[in-house]
Design a protein around this ligand. Structure first.
Ligand SMILES: Nc1ncnc2c1ncn2[C@@H]1O[C@H](COP(=O)(O)OP(=O)(O)OP(=O)(O)O)[C@@H](O)[C@H]1O
Ligand SMILES: [Mg+2]
Length: 234
């Protein structure tokens, strides 16, 4: 389980997260929803070791992640797919995947590489093509595939649906759900699109101005009308 306890983050005078606590069990998708500027990406970047929290802690299966370097956080089993798909446009699909999990042995990487192509057949078909020739949905699959190359226990996905057609979004999020369930990953899914996120998530938290304003099962949050009007805009 990924456990976040009392996390606060400031960028100079801007407090982006205030005392955020949440639990992300293995085998499930937990959604973080909230408007622009709510602090969603800050939470992800802090967990990945890219931002230092002013207070609070995060643990994965009881091991502390707080204060570690980004590469150490990855080695401990936490893999981030950042906002805006972090693939390298000039490199091929195959080369992009090779960038993931560089410290693992060649044999380990080769086996994960094959698994990623099994999971995303379209990537196998396009393995020699440059990333910038892929469609948005294919590039998002590549970004997730690359994150999987480090054999994570916990996957952090920052707005994977951004800019994708609704049908593709559904496919990607169904795949994320399957990954959580079949590989027993703790998945934290950030989405501005609450309707989409709540459809695949088991549970969710709503962030507003850096604070958790509600948490519960995805079904409870989806049916909470006041909250939907106040924070989710539908
Ligand atoms: N590097 C930074 N320096 C200063 N302020 C920042 C920085 N990054 C984010 N912020 C501020 O912190 C707050 C939270 O930003 P964050 O990017 O975490 O929100 P978000 O929920 O991911 O928003 P979006 O839905 O637009 O991606 C915002 O007020 C933002 O302006
Ligand atoms: Mg963001």
């Amino acid at each position: 389980m990924l456990k976040i306890d009392g996390m606060s983050v400031s960028y100079g005078p801007v407090q982006a997260l205030r005392d955020v606590s949440l639990e992300v069990p293995r085998g499930e998708v937990t959604a973080v929803i909230g408007a622009n500027g709510a602090g969603k990406s800050t939470l992800m970047r802090t967990l990945a070791g890219l931002v230092r929290p002013a207070a609070g802690s995060a643990t994965l299966d009881g091991h502390s992640l707080t204060g570690r370097k980004p590469e150490d956080v990855v080695r401990m089993g936490v893999s981030l797919v950042p906002e805006g798909r972090s693939t390298v446009p000039e490199l091929t699909v195959d080369e992009n995947l090779r960038l993931g999990g560089m410290w693992r042995s060649k044999a380990e990487r080769a086996s994960t590489h094959a698994e990623v192509y099994d999971m995303f057949p379209v990537l196998g078909d396009r393995r020699s093509m440059r990333a910038d020739t892929l469609s948005g949905g294919e590039r998002q699959q590549l970004a997730i595939g690359r994150a999987l190359m480090s054999a994570p226990e916990c996957l952090l996905l920052d707005e994977p649906s951004l800019g994708l057609a609704p049908l593709i979004v559904t496919q990607i999020l169904e795949l994320v759900k399957r990954l959580a369930e079949e590989s027993n990953l703790a998945v934290l899914l950030v989405e501005q699109n609450a309707v989409t996120a709540l459809r695949v998530a088991h549970s969710a938290v709503v962030l507003n101005l850096g604070q958790v304003v509600m948490s519960g099962s995805a079904a409870d949050i989806a049916s909470h009308e006041e909250l939907r009007h106040a924070y989710l805009g539908y």
